[in-house]
Design a protein around this ligand. Structure first.
Ligand SMILES: Cc1cc2nc3c(=O)[nH]c(=O)nc-3n(C[C@H](O)[C@H](O)[C@H](O)COP(=O)(O)OP(=O)(O)OC[C@H]3O[C@@H](n4cnc5c(N)ncnc54)[C@H](O)[C@@H]3O)c2cc1C
Length: 406
């Protein structure tokens, strides 16, 4: 029997959408080009607020290795440092190999049908539905499709929703996820993040996990293409060596575990839904432009797209309109602010210094941001606290259009 909805891509966005649809009584096919478990290049840091937003996760995470972290070491190009800390777990470190498989299993248990090994190559839409064709010629059709096929979404491209990311709207994140037998973090209970690394447009990080460490450097793609002469892996090896010399890491880089990959950091696409297709996760550009956090937003948009689809029978309003309104209401402001902050703070190394110094001088400000990440404070409350504690920021933010209210 043909499905009510086809979800393309079984990452966090697609698996969450499929689970929500199946629990809501829809017939859903979840298509992915890979067999699961499969890996996805990713730091694997999920802000703990995901547990508040998706309460069913708490009771399931014991099935995989999760490493909770409470501390963050921040560094700036001018040598400023700050170490905000939370009383409670602020970030959960997972491996995507495990986490994505868990989400797919939850979708299957809810009743979604997983079709693995299906790589969609063509997509077309007409008045009656969406037709998808796989690379090996199989055809799939449903009245509605959710495209959750990641940053290089074929569905978004074929249907004209994404003509291609401008180079200033994607970051090239060059990262390895290496077992601790080869490379070990000196402080396994803390994340280390350096903003403005190798020029203001870059960042670097060390993320400890239960049995692995993720280490990487990211650059806005335009900066990487224009300013960086080295190959991605040479850059990485030299970076890991420098961290080892500083005593932040023990061991050596592993090329085998190195996987450079793109992240959309320019904010959601101008059009994230059209008639019978809804884009979720990276396919729609739902990533925090300042932190490059995407897993949380992928799950949120996957769920909202599914809810919009489930509400179609009851509402005279088009599903695309309802979906766009719902994501704008829940995450629109924070995603917009994140891109403005990225462009402002990371626009000059001096501003990165000021931001890190600010976090050190105003611990209550840093605490508010950590509480937001851990789910104990809303975005709006954290934002208000930051603007109150750092009144010097206000004139600048006014100029940037950042102080608007809901
Ligand atoms: C190096 C790196 C580090 C990152 N670190 C973090 C981090 O620490 N924390 C965080 O929150 N975010 C991080 N991100 C971002 C995060 O990985 C993404 O935002 C997140 O994976 C988006 O989820 P998604 O479900 O939209 O897409 P994906 O996770 O990319 O899943 C897409 C799925 O679609 C499938 N697919 C793709 N094309 C097709 C096709 N044509 N046909 C069928 N199936 C297809 C793929 O196989 C895949 O399973 C990082 C990204 C990178 C690149």
């Amino acid at each position: 029997m043909s499905p009510d909805v086809i979800v393309v891509g079984a990452g966090p966005a697609g698996a969450t959408a499929a689970r929500t649809l199946a629990l809501g009584g829809a017939r859903v096919w979840l298509l992915d080009r890979h067999e699961f478990p499969r890996n996805k290049p990713c730091g694997g840091a999920i802000s703990a607020r995901a547990l508040t937003r998706f309460p069913y996760l708490e009771g399931q995470l014991h099935r995989i290795a999760v490493h909770p972290v409470t501390k963050l070491h921040l560094e700036s190009p001018g040598g400023c440092r700050s170490t905000p800390q939370s009383e409670d777990r602020a970030v959960l470190m997972i491996r995507r190999l495990d986490f994505d498989h868990l989400l797919v299993e939850l979708a299957r248990q809810a009743g979604a049908e997983l079709m693995a090994g299906v790589e969609i190559a063509q997509a077309a839409m007409d008045e009656g539905g969406v037709s998808l064709t796989s690379r090996d010629g199989r055809r799939f059709r449903a009245p509605l499709a959710i495209a959750a096929d990641g940053v290089n979404s074929v569905v978004a491209r074929r249907l004209g929703l994404n003509p291609g990311w401008p180079r200033s709207s994607v970051a090239l994140d060059m990262m390895e996820e290496t077992p601790i037998e080869t490379l070990k973090c000196a402080e396994p209970d803390a994340l280390w993040v350096s903003y403005g690394h190798g020029g203001s447009a870059g960042y670097a990080y060390i993320f400890p996990k239960a049995r692995h460490v993720n280490v990487g450097i990211g650059y806005v793609l335009s900066h990487f293409r224009e300013q960086v002469d080295e190959s991605p892996y040479e850059l990485q090896r030299r970076f890991v060596d420098s961290l080892a010399r500083r005593g932040l890491l023990h061991g050596v880089s592993s090329r085998r575990h190195f996987t450079p990959f793109l992240i959309p950091i320019g904010g959601p696409l101008p059009k994230t839904a059209h008639e019978r297709v809804l884009l979720a996760g990276d396919a729609g550009g739902f990533v925090n432009g300042f932190t490059a956090e995407g897993i949380y937003y992928a799950m949120v948009t996957g769920e909202l797209a599914a809810r919009a689809a489930l509400g179609s029978a009851r509402s005279p309003e088009p599903v695309a309109t309802r979906y766009v309104r719902s994501w704008k209401r829940e995450i629109g402001a924070e995603l917009r602010d994140s891109v403005l902050l990225q462009r402002y703070v990371l626009g000059e190394a001096r501003r990165v210094d000021l931001a890190v110094k600010g976090a050190e001088r105003h611990p209550r400000l840093a605490r508010a941001v950590v509480q937001y990440a851990s789910g104990r404070r809303s975005y709006w409350s954290a934002r208000r606290r930051v603007l109150l504690r750092a009144p010097g920021l206000v004139p600048t933010l006014v100029a940037q259009g950042l102080t608007g209210h809901r």
